[in-house]
Design a protein around this ligand. Structure first.
Ligand code: ADP
Length: 309
């Protein structure tokens, strides 16, 4: 091939053999192909992408019903647990006596709001459950709802964060609108650090705008609603130190309920709670197991019993 490509007289030779070197290569078909490639295919792709997105958003709403497609994009994905359905009570939460005591006050308020109104006391709008994963924060929040017999909205901080700026904020507003219709009720936000991270740490990663808008919406909604209606927000985190100060100021999540790893007594109680519905050998000694599992949290112990069963 080296010979052919360096042969400068090639065209002449071709002409001599009767090839019409000046005739143009037919471009008719190739221009259609190029139009297809540069316009139609990207349009089709974009259309497919958008419809896939809106389908996903519509699916995310689940039984919340309402509009499909883009209209429903900002709908909150809060699930509503009927109080009758979640029969969790404080009895199901082993140990954690101090946490239960602080939460009892909230339950009492939801049951007898007039008692507090008479004195002129206002209940905090929210309480922050702080503790390592698996210590029963979600369980405690459910128990508060169960004890007070009110609906329970549960969602995770990351549910708000979406790739579009503004979606999270509109979800927050939507959630509060729904909660107000269902009041009295409990809103439980798991992993609140996903949106409540301190804004002044100087590290601006991607999606910062979105998180900030979501946080601002949450702060605004928390200021806006009236506690006398009986909406209480419980939030859980295992990293309280990264939370924005605005979230922690009085009138918002000013209460902290510490949910610690269970001690020996707590572990024995947790084992008992979970062994209730499991057939046990007479030789099982909960104290012995509890002694051997220092540092284990509630979910570890629950899992241990289940694995054994
Ligand atoms: P967190 O929200 O703190 O990560 P969860 O409340 O989701 O933890 O707990 C996970 C599971 O662990 C619960 O469903 C429950 O079965 C078990 N568990 C945790 N703590 C306790 C406890 N104090 N008493 C009984 N069960 C517990």
């Amino acid at each position: 091939t080296g010979i052919v490509s360096s042969d400068t007289t090639l065209t002449q030779k071709m002409e001599a053999h009767g090839v019409d070197v000046n005739s143009e290569i037919p471009t008719q078909t190739s221009s259609i192909v190029s139009i297809l490639a540069s316009w139609v295919i990207p349009l089709l792709l974009a259309f497919w992408f958008l419809s896939a997105l809106s389908r996903k958003a519509a699916k995310g709403m689940g039984s919340m019903g309402g509009m499909g497609g883009f209209g429903g994009m900002g709908k909150s994905r809060a699930k509503e647990y009927k109080a009758e359905g979640s029969k969790v009570t404080f009895k199901d939460v082993a140990g954690q006596d101090e946490a239960k005591e602080s939460l009892m006050e909230i339950v009492d308020y939801l049951n007898h709001p007039e008692k507090y109104r008479e004195i002129g006391a206002k209940l905090p709008k929210g309480a922050l459950l702080v503790g390592p994963p698996g210590t029963g924060k979600t369980l405690l929040a459910k128990a508060v709802a169960g004890e007070a017999g009110v609906p329970f909205f549960s969602l995770s901080g990351s549910d708000f964060v979406e790739m579009f700026v503004g979606v999270g904020a509109s979800r927050v507003r939507d959630l509060f609108k729904q909660a107000q219709q269902m009041a009295p009720c409990i809103i439980f936000i798991d992993e609140i650090d996903a949106i409540g991270k301190s804004r002044d740490n100087g590290i601006h990663g991607g999606g910062n705008d979105e998180r900030e808008q979501t946080l601002n919406a949450l702060l605004a909604e928390m200021d806006g609603f009236d506690t006398s209606k009986g909406i209480i927000i419980l939030a859980a985190t295992n990293r309280p130190e990264v939370l924005d100060k605005a979230l922690l100021r009085p009138g918002r999540f000013d209460r902290r309920v510490i949910v610690e790893r269970p001690d020996l007594k707590g572990r024995i109680e947790t084992l008992k709670v979970h062994a209730k519905d499991v057939k046990m050998d007479e030789t099982v000694d909960f104290e012995e197991i509890a002694l051997a599992t220092s540092g284990a949290v509630g979910s570890d112990l629950a899992n241990m019993i289940n694995e054994a069963a």
